[in-house]
Ligand binder design. Structure first.
Ligand code: ZN
Ligand code: ZN
Length: 383
């Protein structure tokens, strides 16, 4: 047994370990002295809240596995672990807490949710994760049959994949297509998922409390992309490329096609008295100040701040899928950025013309050294 004094010291030591990200020592302390996970510091903060604030995935995961209370509300200013995670800037920690049952609607003493605090400090990736979070049960319930002899609406193997799919935060159509797992296009899975997404959209709109119109539209939108891609799957025969790639290339090649596809998607949204629907239509029809359908969707549904063409280069956005923090550049012109080789490969058929122009424009390099060209092409698998 520890004396009161020793216990106090040990608790202080634990908070210090979390502050220092010392996972090994933390585990030692917990097992040696049989400490509970709901101990509090002088501000009423739990170890889990401290670890969330540090954005330490490993410690958060471990504390959760030890049964730490994800919704502990004893902090002086009523911050929850999720509030701290949103402030930390680590979206994975946010999603760990949400999966463990963190309540995203909990507010602190000044009435702010975790998502609002995250936005306040500019952690938009955390905000996206929180606002796109859906409890897994909301999908898994479609994997059980409604009655004894009926088939479930969704084959059970698809449940977790559909759950992951609907929570994706970058909803640029290219990215959505890329994230569709091959099994979605096997058998008649696409039409099953399409139906379930439409039901989920309907159910979301019908909710009395905490109705999320943005998610409702997102279900509709993801369903529209999936079924469009599945269409290309059906007419095989000619030398048709893989259906996802076919769709992606159509989008990259023609802004007109993309715009039409997205406008149709907005127009087909069945819940016309929704605020979100009216706002989207208003933004599309402002005359000279109209936004493109892509921007309307990325800003209003996808949580992007601005998606002006000008911001692409500055924000290091991938030229193919619009993912943030694209770290690779086209080796030849250095004017476009990509997530990885796959994004560069898919983009090459439209980029190659521009690439030569950019590379020869003198804005970048007047001398394009041949090593760069070779590197660029070999990255694309072109000999
Ligand atoms: Zn990309
Ligand atoms: Zn280039």
């Amino acid at each position: 047994m520890l004396t009161n004094e020793e216990q106090k010291e040990c608790i202080q030591e634990i908070f210090k370990c979390i502050f220092m990200n010392d996972f090994v020592k933390l585990q030692e302390l917990f097992s040696k002295y049989d400490i509970r996970t709901d101990i509090l510091d002088e501000h009423g903060m739990t170890p889990l809240q401290h670890a969330a604030y540090k954005g330490n995935e490993q410690i958060v995961r471990w504390l959760l596995s030890k049964g730490a209370d994800v919704n502990s509300g004893k902090h002086k200013y009523q911050y929850t672990a999720l509030h701290f995670a949103a402030l930390s800037g680590n979206p994975i920690v946010c999603s760990l807490l949400l999966s463990a049952g963190a309540k995203s609607e909990a507010t602190n003493s000044v009435g702010r949710t975790a998502s609002q605090m995250g936005a306040f400090v500019g952690n938009h990736n955390c905000v996206s994760v929180i606002s796109n979070y859906v409890p897994v049960d909301e999908v898994m319930r479609y994997t059980f049959p409604d009655s004894v002899d009926s088939e479930p609406k969704l084959p059970p193997v698809l449940g977790p994949l559909v759950h992951k799919f609907i929570m994706m935060t970058n909803i640029h159509p290219v990215k959505v297509a890329m994230e569709i797992p091959p099994v979605f296009l096997a058998d008649d899975n696409a039409s099953k998922i399409y139906k379930v997404l439409n039901i989920m959209c309907e159910e979301e709109i019908k909710k009395q409390l905490e109705k999320n119109e943005v998610m409702a539209f997102k279900y509709h939108y993801l369903a529209a992309i999936l079924i469009e891609i599945a269409k290309y799957h059906d007419f095989k025969g000619d030398k048709q490329s893989e259906p996802k790639e076919h769709f992606i290339k159509k989008i990259l090649k023609s802004e007109v096609y993309l715009e039409q596809f997205l406008k149709d998607c907005i127009r087909m949204f069945p819940h016309r008295d929704c605020t979100i629907f009216r706002q989207m239509v208003a933004s599309l029809t402002k005359g000279k100040e109209s936004m493109s359908a892509l921007n309307v969707i990325l800003v209003m549904i996808g949580n992007r701040r601005s998606m002006g063409v000008d911001s692409f280069g500055e924000e290091r956005v991938c030229g193919t899928c619009a993912e943030n923090n694209a770290s690779k550049k086209c080796a030849k012109c250095k004017a476009v950025q990509y997530c990885d080789r796959e994004c560069q490969r898919i983009h090459w058929f439209v980029h190659k013309k521009e690439c030569n122009r950019e590379a020869n424009s003198g804005n970048n390099q007047t001398m394009v050294d041949s090593a760069h060209v070779a590197e660029s092409l070999s990255a694309l698998g072109v000999k």
